[in-house]
Design a protein. Structure first.
Length: 137
């Protein structure tokens, strides 16, 4: 079964890498889908996709990276992807992700949640960006 792991990945964190690592063991193929999030204003999808590719181990041949600006469910239908993978760090994430999962399920694509490893649960893209900006000053 093919899986897609969508996100804005601004930036791609150790937690994201951990989710991909676990998903690539569970599924035949995993697509890391670098998506546009209208609530965020990161660099282009292509720039973020290249940054993700750069950190994935080359031996993970069943993991690919693609940029996408449409609905994740549409990507899945067009490319015969059977499941969406989402990482969750806490109950706040779970509530938000559950709503997205319900919408995607209504569009015909189920979601699998992978809980964050405890040592990575506090790391968010926002925290990584904030720390990087602070260090740059």
């Amino acid at each position: 079964m093919r899986a897609v792991y969508p996100g804005s990945f601004d930036p791609f964190t150790p937690g994201h890498l951990n989710v991909v690592s676990r998903a690539h063991v569970l599924f035949d193929d995993v697509v890391v889908l670098v998506a546009v999030n209208s609530m965020k204003h990161p660099g282009s999808e292509e720039e973020r996709a290249a940054a993700v590719r750069a950190v994935l181990p080359p031996e993970w041949t069943s993991v690919t990276v693609a940029a996408w600006s449409g609905l994740t469910a549409t990507y899945c239908r067009l490319r015969d992807v059977g499941v969406i993978v989402r990482g969750v760090r806490n109950t706040t994430d779970l509530r938000a992700e559950y709503q997205l999962a319900a919408m995607n399920q209504s569009l015909g694509v189920p979601t699998v949640f992978l809980p964050a490893q405890p040592e990575l649960a506090a790391v968010s893209s926002t925290a990584v960006r904030t720390l990087a900006a602070w260090r740059a000053e």
